[in-house]
Write a protein that binds this ligand. Structure first.
Ligand SMILES: NC(=O)c1ccc[n+]([C@@H]2O[C@H](COP(=O)([O-])OP(=O)(O)OC[C@H]3O[C@@H](n4cnc5c(N)ncnc54)[C@H](OP(=O)(O)O)[C@@H]3O)[C@@H](O)[C@H]2O)c1
Length: 258
């Protein structure tokens, strides 16, 4: 039976690259992001190439959207095997003293409440299928940068949410994954908004990574997310793991050979 995977933030960047790879590996996909046009185009592309993808557009911070994603997976494919909590934003980028409370709260709604709501909605099916939750985290979960209070706090909390699922749900494998520095729109936001909201040395370092071509193409960490979504061993549950960890790369190689 083909596994069914819900992936948020699939309209572009790392999420879209992961969806394409999972489709090639034979997974049924339920794709989510707010941009309906981009999402529908990706579902169409995957289906044209012989895959199985549904687009369910909406804001992941809304309970009704999370319920609709799980309902679509149940109705069309019969259940959920893996949930990839990938949707996130970086903004607001500003010092705590200068951030707007509504923007900070909105950030937490998307980056933390969204994964909580969706995990909660998918748990009955994940338990039944001995499924997986892959939480796309960041190095910012364990190191701080001035101007990134919302992002550092949301990713640190996401790691703890991920570990809590591992502790409470013996039939589910839950991991937080660090994808590295990836060449996506999020890095473009950083280079633009970070020019005023970050310490100049930190901002310059990120700009230089981009200018020197050091950012990862999304396909590389996407291969790690796809392999983990399909085959992360249960005894890794609760870990915060890097996309290029040798064990993860062995899993990637074994999926390619399959
Ligand atoms: N890029 C990096 O260097 C880097 C480094 C470490 C971690 N990460 C993590 O990797 C993941 C993917 O980021 P990315 O780099 O691919 O960023 P991206 O290109 O900005 O993509 C973010 C995705 O999230 C979606 N999204 C944002 N808010 C949403 C909401 N309220 N509801 C539903 N979907 C929403 C966006 O689609 P819509 O705008 O259409 O909703 C988009 O598909 C994130 O969790 C990010 O924190 C990235």
């Amino acid at each position: 039976m083909q596994p069914t995977i819900i992936i948020t933030g699939a309209s572009r960047g790392l999420g879209a690259a992961t969806a394409r790879q999972l489709a090639q590996l034979g997974a049924n996909l339920v794709l989510n992001a707010r941009s309906e046009r981009l999402l529908t185009a990706l579902a169409h592309e995957i289906n044209e190439q012989g895959g199985q993808a549904l687009a369910v557009a909406g804001d992941v911070s809304q309970p009704a959207v999370c319920d609709a994603l799980v309902a679509a997976a149940l109705e069309t494919f019969g259940g959920v095997d893996t949930l990839i909590n990938n949707a996130a934003v970086l903004e607001p980028i500003a010092s705590i003293a200068e951030t707007d409370v509504r923007a900070w709260r909105r950030h937490i709604d998307i980056n933390l409440i969204g994964p909580y709501l969706l995990t909660r909605a998918a748990l009955p099916s994940l338990r039944e299928r001995h499924g997986r939750v892959i939480n796309v985290s960041s190095g910012a979960a364990v190191s701080v940068l001035a101007g990134w209070s919302a992002y550092c706090a949301s990713k640190a909390a996401l790691n703890q949410l991920s570990a809590s699922v591992a502790l409470e749900e013996p039939d589910v494998t839950s991991l937080a994954v660090r994808p590295g520095k990836v060449d996506t729109d999020m890095q473009a936001v950083l280079r633009q908004a970070g020019a005023t909201g970050m310490a100049s040395a930190d901002h310059r370092r990120f700009v230089q990574h981009f200018e020197k071509g050091e950012l990862l193409p999304p396909e590389r960490p996407a291969a790690a997310l796809a392999a983990l979504a399909l085959a992360a061993p249960h005894d890794w549950s609760g870990q915060f793991i890097s996309w290029n960890d040798p064990q993860v790369q062995m899993l990637v190689q074994s999926r390619i050979k399959d």
